[in-house]
Design a protein around this ligand. Structure first.
Ligand SMILES: Nc1nc2c(ncn2[C@@H]2O[C@H](COP(=O)(O)OP(=O)(O)OP(=O)(O)O)[C@@H](O)[C@H]2O)c(=O)[nH]1
Ligand SMILES: [Mg+2]
Length: 457
């Protein structure tokens, strides 16, 4: 299918690199590329054969200036990323060769692609479904092997197959309900019968199974949110640096050094850990610091686990107590820092989730890593029930709505309502399952999904 216009974009990241790639897709991809590219040999062959690589130069058509030396691949529809004709120009990876080549292509009739437009075309032309298109973005953004693996399974259609299976079941149920509508005398038995209810229950179980992967999906995509809190000067920023093994945050002996929350990523047991250093929590008149404290308290609420840092060389202070109250029932690990100094702090009530360490000498850091790792693996990662893929929030919303519609279906069957009612909710459940894979999808859903993509993908 090639009725749209021809789009082009730089598909490699901005900045300097060995090579940079411009991708062109659409009906006129080959002729537009041919108008700015002079192959070294075989002029007449350019664009005739699919999946061919040509050496030559990008040339400004009006002046004949050689813009860059390039390798150009021609891939003809339908065996391409978008299922349209695709040409990729591999030139040198500098700002100027890329931007000048792109301008020539636009002057020759191509249009600058919108974010995610190549993948959107792959979806619209039926090469991948919507959950697979989202997986493309997950693959690009994956920070650890486990996140990458989950994204790959999604791209390979793990979720799509499950959805298709459940939809098939519902379509079969729908057929018997519609038969009951058309032939009310003969077939009401089959709608009210046990088998329909069993089928619905099986679909609900399948949906629950998918929903069980939502937490791990969030953690694999966004990272396990780990927030470091404590009163000023206990060594929170030192702890962030020690975990990252780099001097990321400013550390001084002045209490109130950190004023803002600071985020970094760390790989723990294959799970991305989003680690957040915060401003020390205390009463303060300084309005910048007050805002920092407010953000620290908010970061506690958003955390999967909280690392509460205490200074082992001091007794527990009122400020420490305020922090501990602020953390109250959040999953947490007590980190008793400054273990290299003589101990003054008494052990707390729950010594089992307490780790003593020294950010200065590094002693005890491995104990902390192990303690975090144990908590991360408890957090339903890797994804539950034998799936390597995990759903995202959009899938969750659609699946929960489908489940609600099916609840109404069961209710209608139990209370003996007419098959018309049952059909209505069945149809809704089918549509909601369809939203996950994009079989039923509105333009604004597509808009929202693809606008998060990078340009050139
Ligand atoms: N002896 C000793 N000193 C440490 C240790 N960890 C941190 N410190 C010192 O404690 C002081 C405060 O460290 P920071 O990491 O800035 O403390 P913070 O909790 O981030 O402080 P704020 O940002 O002000 O809230 C610095 O002088 C560090 O060198 C440790 O393990 N042993
Ligand atoms: Mg700090």
């Amino acid at each position: 299918m090639q009725d749209g216009d021809t789009i082009c974009a730089v598909s490699t990241p901005p900045g300097e690199g060995g090579i940079g790639i411009i991708r062109i897709s659409g009906r006129d991809a080959v002729s537009i590329a041919a108008s700015v590219f002079r192959p070294g040999t075989g002029h007449a062959q350019f664009g005739r054969q699919s999946h061919r690589l040509h050496y030559g130069h990008v040339i400004a058509p009006d002046t004949g200036e050689r813009i860059d030396e390039a390798l150009v691949s021609v891939m003809l529809a339908p065996a391409t990323y978008t299922r349209e004709d695709v040409v990729e120009i591999n030139c040198h990876g500098g700002m100027l060769p890329l931007s000048r080549t792109l301008s020539l292509l636009i002057a020759a009739g191509a249009r600058q692609a919108e974010p995610g437009e190549f993948t959107k075309r792959a979806f619209l032309n039926g090469r991948i479904d919507l959950s697979q298109a989202e997986a493309v973005m997950d693959i690009i953004a994956a920070r650890t092997e486990l996140s990458h693996k989950a994204a790959n399974e999604l791209l390979l259609g793990g979720l799509s197959r499950e959805i298709a299976m459940l939809r098939d079941k519902l379509i079969a149920v729908m057929a018997s309900v519609e038969a009951a509508i058309d032939f009310p005398e003969e077939d009401t038995e089959s709608v009210n019968g046990k088998s329909v209810k069993d089928e619905i229950a099986a679909v609900v179980r399948g949906i629950d199974d998918m929903l069980s992967t939502v937490t791990s999906g969030r953690i694999l995509r966004e990272g396990f949110a780990t927030t470091i809190v404590g009163r000023p000067n206990v060594g929170k920023s030192s702890l962030l640096n020690a975990l990252l093994r780099q001097d990321r945050a400013i550390v001084t002996d002045v209490p109130g050094t950190t004023r803002d929350v600071l985020e970094e990523y760390l790989n723990i047991s294959g799970v991305p850990l989003r680690i957040v250093d915060t401003a020390g929590i205390r009463h303060t008149r300084d309005i910048v610091e007050q805002e920092g404290v407010r953000r620290s308290l908010a970061a506690i609420e958003a955390a999967d686990i909280v690392l509460v840092v205490l200074d082992g060389s001091c007794e527990l202070t009122e400020e420490d107590q305020r922090v501990l109250n602020g953390v109250h029932d959040r999953p947490s690990i007590m980190v008793i820092n400054k273990g290299d100094l003589p101990r003054k702090l008494r052990t707390l009530r729950k010594p089992e989730n307490e780790v003593t360490l020294s950010c200065r000498t590094g002693e005890g850091m491995d104990d902390l890593r192990r303690a975090i790792s144990a908590l991360v693996l408890q957090g339903a990662v890797p994804p539950g029930r034998g799936h390597a893929w995990a759903i995202n929030q959009r899938h969750q919303t659609a699946l929960e709505q489908a489940k609600e519609s099916l609840r109404k279906v069961s209710e209608s069957i139990s209370s003996g309502l007419s098959p018309e009612f049952i059909a209505l909710d069945l149809r809704a459940a089918l549509d909601q399952l369809g939203i996950v894979i994009g079989a039923t999808c509105t333009e604004d859903i597509l808009e929202r999904i693809f606008s998060d993509f990078c340009i050139g993908k």
